[in-house]
Design a protein around this ligand. Structure first.
Ligand SMILES: [Zn+2]
Ligand SMILES: [Zn+2]
Length: 369
């Protein structure tokens, strides 16, 4: 109904390519796409060169998640993806790749190398499907320190295959005061292998570390903080507590964090306390409300991009404990309907705007002095 009220003239102007080019030629645009507690983050440079980090969930969810990524690709007026990083070989990160590659040409496939956590899904994919996808493209296994070529943007690999950069990003490398209180964490085998990237666009800085876990956060950030600070911290491993130590989150001093959590994945109280107490944090944005947060720990709804298919009138105030995995666990609240991204548009002076595509709520962050 609302669409019919938009005057025709507005639609015509919005459709003019010259306007679109002017608008997009100045900013680095980042679309944090809702793939239900997986990851898919699309980064588009002013040159229109693109980097997609991960492709959402596998199985029945793959067409849905690939479709949501396509929507962002279309919104960015891209004809292809220049670089695809698969951070690691978990089904919530590579799951929609084949479906996506069938619809959009992908020119380079980037990963950390072989899967180290044997599993039927990943092993079959790597043996049969993946080589076919990159056969007519470029396949690159990256190591820390490598750069991904995008004109006007510095994209640096800072972690891969369990290794971290040994020298600091220029301007970083100060002692990290949070190292003294670090507590080691538990993790599976693949998460610590994640390809992590640090991205600089003029004075704007952001990082996406895949599902890098606490012990690797420590190796990367201690005793010296090799990354320095970021304006926007992307992903946060869905907001789960096997990642997101203070040595990382607090030391990076993000102004904004954008969490790729699910309806019952991530956002548990420990992580929310760490993020909300991070010095200099202005806002946390989330792809979903999480039952593991409850209203007690989550952010106001205007900072949350997605609801669920059967939206209850009110969300519970108290966080629920994560159910033990296994048979008989009730499914998490489902969201297969229309999904919305959180979009960051950054200027070379370091200022940036974050927009919630669901409600149009937008907030601008001035350049740091
Ligand atoms: Zn969702
Ligand atoms: Zn994950």
């Amino acid at each position: 109904m609302r669409r019919a009220l938009v005057p025709l003239g507005v639609l015509l102007i919005a459709g003019l390519p010259s306007m679109a080019q002017t608008r997009s030629s100045r900013t680095l645009d980042i679309y944090v796409i809702d793939v239900e507690g997986g990851n898919a983050t699309l980064i588009v440079a002013p040159s229109r060169e693109s980097l997609l980090i991960d492709t959402g969930n596998a199985g029945a969810a793959a067409p849905r998640d690939a479709g949501r990524i396509i929507e962002a690709i279309q919104a960015a007026s891209l004809q292809h993806i220049d670089h695809l990083i698969t951070t690691h070989w978990h089904g919530d990160h590579f799951g929609g790749m084949a479906e996506l590659a069938a619809k959009v040409p992908i020119r380079e496939f980037i990963d950390h190398g072989p899967n180290v956590q044997p599993g039927e899904l990943a092993d079959a994919f790597l043996q049969k499907t993946y080589p076919q996808l990159y056969a007519k493209a470029k396949h690159t296994v990256v190591k820390p320190g490598d750069q991904i070529s995008i004109s006007g943007v510095d994209v640096r690999v800072v972690t891969s295959a369990g290794e971290t950069i040994k020298t600091a990003i220029p301007g970083a490398g100060m002692p990290n005061p949070y190292c003294a209180n670090f507590k080691p964490g538990d993790n599976n085998a693949e998460d610590p292998q994640s390809v992590g990237t640090y991205i600089t666009f003029g004075r704007f800085r952001t990082a996406h570390l895949g599902d890098l876990t606490k012990n690797k956060e420590f190796e990367l950030m201690c005793p010296n903080n090799r990354l320095g600070a970021v304006d926007v911290l992307l992903g946060l491993h869905h907001g789960v507590s096997s990642s997101n130590s203070e040595v990382l989150v607090h030391a990076l001093h993000p102004r904004v964090a954008i969490m790729n959590n699910g309806t019952r994945k991530g956002g548990e109280p420990d992580v929310m306390k760490t993020v909300h107490s991070s010095p200099g944090l202005e806002d946390l944005w989330q792809l979903h409300f999480s039952l593991l947060s409850g209203q007690e720990y989550t952010v106001p709804g205007m900072f949350i991009a997605n609801t669920i298919d059967d939206q209850p009138p009110a969300m519970p105030i108290a966080p629920m404990a994560a159910p033990q995995p296994g048979p008989g666990v009730p499914p998490a609240p489902v969201h297969n309907g229309k999904a919305y991204w959180i979009k960051v548009s950054a200027q070379p002076d370091g200022s940036f705007t974050v927009t919630n595509a669901r409600n149009g709520f937008s907030k601008s962050y001035e350049a740091r002095p």
